[in-house]
Design a protein around this ligand. Structure first.
Ligand SMILES: Cc1ncc(COP(=O)(O)O)c(C=O)c1O
Length: 361
């Protein structure tokens, strides 16, 4: 049985002219729509009080568990407006399933996947005027999250959880064109250990990544490439994106699941690889293989896959005492073809052979 998220509209929507000015240059994560979806969980009542109401601040007791013990999870996805005005989500069921897995790992209650999907779709419908009409890669970014909202001090699963979805219009990730990013291969920091929270999308993972991100910037790099924490010198992923290599003999290789986040975009490119004449391969990739492959040309392209930037060419790497480029240091042809194809599916310009798109408006 599905639960409704009944809408009570704000009496103070953002004035049309102000909204138009925001949509003309939304950037990323800076502006928010007029409404939010919420639901509350307690052991006695389960999930209750589902609603879509005006976007408003939470009021919290200073002892609220999430503020102390970081019992929190989130998702990131987008709504896309097609040329005929309709609005669609891309593989929202995959985000719903990952949200459930993250909840299990963080000892948060399970939100039924149907309720996740309903809340996201209903919020998009309530805030339809905020879904950009794309001239480039504009979309409405959706951020479902859940946190321990019980007021108590003590390390145990909270007896109250709050679920919420907010939405934020997003501009193109690379406004001046896709040129590729440079990665810092950290030998100081790792992201996840076996048995840890690497496979969950929980806030704590991102808090722990910030010092590494500063280290990358100090070395003139855009982002971090994490290696495994067991000292085996194998590639894991970047801070918010999975990594894929393309080899001269036509393979698309990405690290196997285990301690990395199971990205929706990663799975998408694995599914599309064959259409581009590439054989998908999920396995361990050593740093040595990346370095020697980039040097002798057996690795021709490297890219990152994630919802925010879709596919980002990784053109150069630096680590303690070394630096190298991939190919000639510019985005590769398979990378850009895959990028264009995923965007074409998302924006309704290419046939959705896999049934990934879900219409909401
Ligand atoms: C650590 C990490 N890896 C990979 C990804 C890519 O996942 P997706 O393609 O589902 O956005 C993300 C973004 O959600 C992430 O935060």
């Amino acid at each position: 049985m599905t639960t409704d998220f009944p809408l009570s509209r704000t009496t103070h929507p953002t004035p049309g002219a102000e909204r138009a000015a925001i949509l003309a240059d939304p950037g990323f994560g800076r502006y928010f729509t007029d409404h939010m979806a919420t639901a509350t969980w307690t052991p006695a009542s389960g999930w209750h009080d589902h609603k879509i109401g005006p976007l408003e601040p939470f009021s919290m007791h200073p002892s609220t568990a999430v503020l102390h013990y970081a019992q929190e999870i989130f998702e990131g996805m987008k709504a896309y407006r097609h040329a005929d005005g309709s609005v669609w989500l891309f593989r929202p069921d995959a985000n719903a399933r990952r949200f459930a897995r993250s909840a299990a790992r963080l000892a948060l209650p399970q939100l039924p996947e149907e309720d996740f999907l309903t809340s996201v779709a209903e919020l998009v419908r309530a805030d339809e005027v905020w879904v950009p009409t794309p001239t480039d890669e504009e979309s409405l970014y959706l951020r479902p999250f859940m946190f321990a909202s019980e007021a108590f001090l003590g390390v145990r699963p909270a007896a109250r959880a709050t679920y919420c979805v907010i939405a934020s219009p997003a501009g193109p990730y690379f406004p001046s064109g896709v040129t590729g990013v440079t990665l810092w291969i950290s030998s100081e920091y790792t992201r996840a250990a076996k048995g840890g929270t690497g496979t969950a999308k929980c806030g704590g993972n991102y808090a722990a990544s910030l010092a590494a991100q500063i280290e990358a910037q100090e070395h003139g790099c855009d982002q971090v490439m994490y290696l495994d924490s067991a000292g085996e010198n194998t590639l894991e992923e970047s801070g918010t994106m999975n990594v894929c290599l393309i080899t001269a003999d036509g393979r698309l290789v990405t690290p196997a699941l285990g301690t990395i986040l199971e990205g929706v975009t990663r799975d998408t490119v694995l599914s599309l690889a064959a259409d581009f004449g590439l054989t998908p391969e999920e396995r361990s990739i050593s740093l040595g293989e990346l370095r020697s492959g980039a040097a002798d040309g057996s690795i021709t392209e490297v890219f990152a896959a994630g919802t925010a930037a879709v596919i980002t060419p990784m053109v150069g790497f630096k680590g303690e005492g070394y630096a190298f480029t991939v190919g000639d240091g510019t985005p590769g042809k398979h990378t850009m073809a895959l990028r264009d194809h995923v965007l074409d599916i998302q924006y309704g310009r290419a046939e959705d052979k896999h049934g990934w798109m879900r219409r909401v408006l």
